[in-house]
Design a protein around this ligand. Structure first.
Ligand SMILES: [Zn+2]
Length: 162
């Protein structure tokens, strides 16, 4: 059986700025209002016959959204981005060896991913949710879709028992 959270109605959202390094138009810093949809497939179990407790799944996903909200998302694993300076207040990085950025550390999230496309963000958020879920025995897969606004998104599926 499958359960799902529709991010627009369950407030699984965040607003953030990013860039798609090297892309003609999306290479410039710009923003999206992201919406995260989550689906979990598994066996019903426990006292209440849940696949997974909605409340637990919402809290986990909301906390991840909160960690990204109102920040500039920086993909530090990109081969085209180099962090050149970082201290408690500031991060500096260069992109494609020609663009120089200096931002307050409080305004950014340094993400261990190769890009901040919807595709990469869906993988990142999937992995973060999976880290937090307990009692995995009865679950089959989780599917996380990251939407850049309404109408376009990328989804990633993780199988628990492979
Ligand atoms: Zn974008």
């Amino acid at each position: 059986m499958r359960v799902n959270l529709d991010g627009i109605h369950t407030n699984l959202r965040f607003s953030a700025a990013h860039m798609v390094i090297g892309h003609e138009s999306c290479g410039k810093i710009h923003g999206h209002s992201y919406i995260v949809d989550v689906e979990v497939d598994g066996e019903r179990s426990g006292q209440f016959g849940f696949v997974i407790d909605f409340k637990i799944l919402k809290n986990i996903t909301r906390n991840i959204c909160k960690s990204l909200d109102h920040r500039v998302l920086i993909p530090v694993d990109s081969p085209d981005l180099t962090v050149t300076y970082e201290d408690d207040n500031t991060v500096e990085f260069s992109v494609l060896d020609c663009l120089e950025y200096k931002l307050p550390i409080q305004d950014v999230v340094l993400l261990p991913i190769p890009s901040t496309t919807a595709e990469s963000l869906s993988v990142y958020i999937t992995d973060k949710i999976v880290e937090e879920i307990k009692d995995l025995d009865t679950l089959n897969y989780i599917d996380v879709q990251v939407n850049e606004g309404i109408g376009q998104g990328a989804s990633n599926r993780y199988y628990f028992n492979e």
